[in-house]
Ligand binder design. Sequence first.
Ligand SMILES: [Zn+2]
Length: 213
Amino acid sequence: MKIKIITLLLLTINASLYAQNFKGLVNIQKVDSTISVDLMYAKSDNFVGEKMYNFNEAYLHPKAAEALKKANKLLKEINPNLHLRVYDAARPMRVQQKMWNKVKGTAQQNYVSNPANGGGLHNYGLAVDVSIADSRSDTLPMGTTIDALTPISHIDREGELVKDGKISKEAAKNRLLLRTIMKKAGFRPLRSEWWHFNYTTRSDARKNYKVIP
Ligand SMILES: [Zn+2]
């Protein structure tokens, strides 16, 4: 009995620690239940090769979550069979450190924000990794998988990528659709990752928002 109570107590402390991590943030699916969530770092099949999240919900700062809801609405206005699918949102700094340790000194280090420099906007709940899914829950072709850290994921030379046969015309069109609705809703795209969108700038985040420990 005593052990059971202690176990329960430890579980409660553990749960509240994680709740504390996301203090001030909101669960995206509570804001818009039609956005689907499939967190890539809650599974071991990611670039680090390790499950790094012990939660399955996507959290964002309330302002970013509202903007994402707006983007999803704009998408449905264009095609009601489509919806946004989130692969990463708020990311604790301790996970950022793990990612940085993995890529430090490799060709991929430009794709990961260094915690020593304050991390990136995911670490504030102000960035989201997102794609588009249809009513059968299949994601639309985008030319690469999410988190493919290669030049084919870059958005500034998609015309050339199509011409060189690196991505299809359809993939380029889908990426443009994603960028159009996300930008209209207030997000900024990132040159090197078609799936990544920032809600604000790094300097604004550092001045006015809190890092997730
Ligand atoms: Zn991202």
